[in-house]
Design a protein around this ligand. Structure first.
Ligand code: ZN
Length: 220
């Protein structure tokens, strides 16, 4: 059986991917990594750690302070408030330049070292927030680059790439982990667990998706 590494932030999307991977590859073949890049909310690393401990999946934190040093974003600078609306023609100020490029590259190095071929990430183009490194074309391009860079057959999986937030909730429900995703993940830009602060862009998206999913589930 192939082994899979999940890039886990402790948010709704990557945690859903964790359980997707456990289902697809078998829990015993799955491990997860998180990145400590000086993010605004260290609590997300704690969330990820607890979720993995409860699920019996190994989890390791890789320190990457260089990302914080190089990138100026509301997620890496405490004195920059998170913008509630996205500026015209540019990514929101929560965008951390190069983050997924670096995360996936570090994940690939880690994977090859540990004999892992499959890398799972929760990036999604459907609820596209304007993050260029969440696009499918970027992931496909990076997959080729990583294979060439390390002469290895990585396969990057993006189970959420073409589904919306409501469908991500449905996936969690189908995997039998709806409660875990709803109560134990951190998506909120203000660092509030579960339901979150209720008004940051991330909470708004999460709640809209959840409400839509519940309507779908109840057949309304
Ligand atoms: Zn929030």
């Amino acid at each position: 059986m192939r082994k899979a590494l999940v890039v886990l932030s402790g948010g709704q999307d990557s945690t859903t991917c964790l359980f997707w991977a456990a289902d697809k590859f078998g829990k015993e073949n799955v491990s997860a990594v998180g990145f400590d890049y000086g993010q605004r909310h260290k609590i997300e690393l704690k969330c990820a750690k607890e979720i993995c401990a409860d699920a019996g999946i190994p989890y390791e934190v890789i320190p990457t302070p260089i990302i914080n040093q190089l990138s100026v974003s509301s997620l890496t600078r405490a004195d920059i408030p998170v913008e509630e609306t996205k500026p015209e023609g540019a990514p929101p100020n929560t965008f951390v330049e190069g983050r997924n490029l670096l995360f996936l590259s570090y994940a690939a190095i880690y994977s090859k070292t540990h004999g892992i071929t499959d890398i799972v990430t929760g990036v999604c183009e459907t609820d596209f927030s304007g993050y260029p490194d969440c696009r499918d074309i970027f992931i496909k391009s990076l997959n080729v680059t990583l294979n060439l860079a390390m002469d290895y057959n990585f396969v990057i999986h993006t189970p959420l790439m073409w589904i919306n937030k409501a469908q991500t909730w449905k996936m969690a429900d189908d995997l039998g982990v709806l409660d875990i995703i709803r109560d134990k993940t951190l998506t909120c830009y203000s660092g509030v667990l579960g339901e979150g602060c209720g008004h940051c862009p991330s909470c708004t998206l999460r709640k809209r998706g959840y409400d839509e999913f519940i309507k779908m589930k109840e057949g309304k």
